[in-house]
Design a protein around this ligand. Structure first.
Ligand code: PEP
Ligand code: MG
Length: 630
């Protein structure tokens, strides 16, 4: 299947969903369970409302009870083991092929690795040994062996290795499902009917494997706003809430659930009035989004004629088409590091080129902004095991710092990007720049690599725009100096907020302190615009703040002319832009820059949005992940 066909298939799958992603089974009679409604609050990471029967995924719940077998039954247990391993392996291979079409090679490769792990002769040998020695059933033996591996990995100080425990539990789930029959021990994407998934955590690979046609929504006990899982959920457009805290014990007693990915709520066993309210909200939401589809081809400009560029953020090549379908006129942030995650080795230059080429070609001549590798912190790769764990990774060797420390990794990526740049309108930006000297080092390497390619006879366009992401307060404060050398700025508010307010963006326990409305953040944005304007440099906001309707008038008023966001956010932002005036937005920005704190700013922004645009405000105000303090 071509990437375009894959996107088409995904969209057809979405088209089959009932409006608002509800399942009939939400009301079906089942085993006696708690009938009391419980509402849990978490962090909204992927918008939408899902209503359906609950499926709790908990690796601990998978362990089959000890079942003794007689010595005579041992050969039969060996056969059962062989059959289960064989069918689990072929199932993982089929899932790999499907993921390759749906999401891209990097996640397909994980499933390929799962297939190889299942096929590993040591697993078979160890499980057989237990059956023969302990006289236990095949499922108990294989589960004990795998649980032993998972527990050992999970206990390791090296976070890369600890994260592999999730892979082992993934394959455990798949193998046990073969013994226990369909539906008894399902993998997240391997279920019979539409469901709402509740789990302690879902790895990015598990999330990437979810089938949006079957998994209506999901919620997890752990996780933060900017985790990979959150980003993948938004890319797949599955409503999701993370960071619920303890929820599985209650969820196990519940028959149905609502996941409200706009408000960050999970309602277990909703009572009839709540169910009705959500069903209505869900239908309205679907109708509203269908209405917004018509906006895709209208210009993004204010009532007084100020044009704004709306671009899309992507992690996978297959996301370019959804961005363009929703009216994006370019790609403002391509998070290239997703190609490097959850694989056993870094992709080669040619593998990277293939992905980059696909993105540039799908963009069809529109600008594509490549963000060079942003690895480290929460985006860890297993093949960097040689690097000792850092005490404070968000302030450690991450992002551009890591690329500069590993020139081979960096140069290989730059070669692949520069080769792709000949095929369209490509820009390059460096993430997490803290000083001008880092920018100069990175640009010097880029120029050297361009020179090498030219010497090899590879066409590289001259004058490729090179920019920096402003994600560290230091870069915003020094923007006037940076402006002398960069071609553009792109403000990564996700990190800029984290570093300005000293609040870990992935930690649910401090999520209430994380706010884009804080005047300190707004003043830093204003500094960047002031540094860029005299030189005519573009300033884009590509962090999540850029896709939230509440902030669109403010950002416009601060002088931002380009917003880049996840594809699903494009229509709503265009709608807001077309309903406001630039002169009013400027007055609003000047006013809120003088307010004392985030709650006051958020309140003023709400009023302004309601004043300018009553219907949009009714929908857009709640649930922006950044207005948690407002
Ligand atoms: C940001 O920090 O705002 C950003 C866009 O980059 P990421 O979310 O990938 O860190
Ligand atoms: Mg960032």
């Amino acid at each position: 299947m071509t990437p375009t066909a894959a996107v088409g298939a995904r969209r057809r799958a979405r088209g089959r969903r009932t409006p608002g992603r509800t399942a009939r089974g939400a009301n079906r009679p089942g085993p006696p369970k708690s009938k009391t409604m419980h509402t849990l609050r978490g962090i909204a990471v992927s918008p939408g409302i899902a209503i359906g029967p609950v499926r709790v995924l908990d690796p601990r719940g998978l362990r089959p009870p000890l079942r003794a077998v007689s010595a005579e039954a041992v050969p039969a247990e060996y056969d059962r083991l062989d059959r289960a391993l064989e069918s689990a392996r072929s199932e993982a291979e089929a899932a790999e092929a499907e993921a390759r079409d749906r999401i891209g090679p990097q996640y397909a490769d994980i499933l390929g690795a799962h297939a190889r792990m299942i096929d590993d002769p040591t697993l078979r040998r160890d499980a057989r040994e237990r059956i023969g020695r302990d006289l236990v059933s095949a499922e108990h033996a294989v589960s004990e062996v795998l649980e032993g591996h998972a527990a050992r990995l999970a206990g390791m100080a090296d976070t890369h290795l600890a994260a592999r425990a999730a892979d082992v539990r993934d394959i455990q789930r798949r193998i046990l499902a073969q013994f226990l029959g369909p539906g008894t021990a399902p993998a997240p994407g391997d279920t019979d009917g539409p469901i709402v998934v509740l789990a302690h955590d879902l790895s990015p690979s598990e999330t990437a494997g979810l089938d949006p046609a079957r998994v209506l929504g999901f919620a997890t006990e752990s996780g933060g706003l900017a985790s990979h899982t959150a980003i993948v959920a938004a890319a797949l457009e599955i409503p999701a809430v993370v960071g619920l805290g303890r929820a599985l014990d209650l969820a196990r007693l519940s028959r149905s659930a609502i996941v409200d990915g706009d408000e960050g709520l999970v309602v277990l066993d909703p009572d009839p009035p709540t169910l009705d309210r959500y069903r209505r909200a869900s239908v309205e939401r679907t109708a509203r989004f269908e209405g917004l589809a018509d906006l895709a081809h209208l210009p993004a400009e204010t009532l007084d004629g100020r044009a704004v560029r709306l671009w899309g953020n992507i992690e996978f090549p297959a996301e370019v088409d959804p961005c363009l379908d929703r009216g994006a006129t370019g790609i403002g942030l391509y998070r290239t590091e997703f190609l490097f995650l959850n694989v056993d080795r870094p992709p080669t230059e040619d593998e990277q080129f293939a992905a980059y080429e696909a993105v540039v070609r799908s963009a069809g001549g529109r600008p594509v902004t490549f963000r060079t590798l942003d690895l480290g912190a929460d985006k860890l790769v297993s093949y960097r095991n040689g690097h000792p764990p850092e005490p404070n990774p968000a302030l450690g060797l991450r992002s551009l710092r890591l690329s500069l420390r590993d020139p081979d990794l960096f140069r290989t990526q730059l070669r692949a990007i520069l080769r792709a740049s000949a095929l369209g309108d490509v820009r390059v930006m460096f993430p997490l720049v803290s000083t001008i000297s880092e920018f100069r080092q990175a640009r010097a390497i880029l120029r050297a690599v361009a020179g090498e390619l030219a010497a090899e006879g590879v066409a590289v366009p001259a004058g490729l725009p090179v920019g920096v992401m402003v994600e560290v307060p230091a870069a915003a404060v020094m923007a006037d100096q940076l402006a002398k050398e960069v071609d553009f700025f792109s403000i990564g508010t996700n990190d800029l907020i984290q570093y300005t307010l000293a609040v870990d963006r992935t930690n649910e326990t401090v999520a209430g302190l994380y706010s884009a409305a804080d005047p300190s953040v707004l003043r830093l944005i204003a500094l960047v615009v002031a540094a860029a304007e005299p030189r005519g440099l573009d300033v884009t906001v590509c962090g999540a703040m850029g896709g939230e309707p509440l902030y669109a008038p403010l950002l416009l008023g601060l002088g931002i002319r380009c917003l880049s966001m996840a594809p699903h956010q494009l229509p709503e932002i265009k709608r807001v832009i077309r309903a406001i005036r630039d002169d009013r937005a400027r007055a609003l920005a000047a006013e809120v820059l003088g307010l004392e704190g985030a709650p006051e700013v958020a309140e003023r922004l709400r009023e302004a949005l309601i004043e300018a645009f009553p219907e949009a405000a009714a929908h857009a105000l709640p649930g922006g992940p950044h207005d948690s303090r407002g």
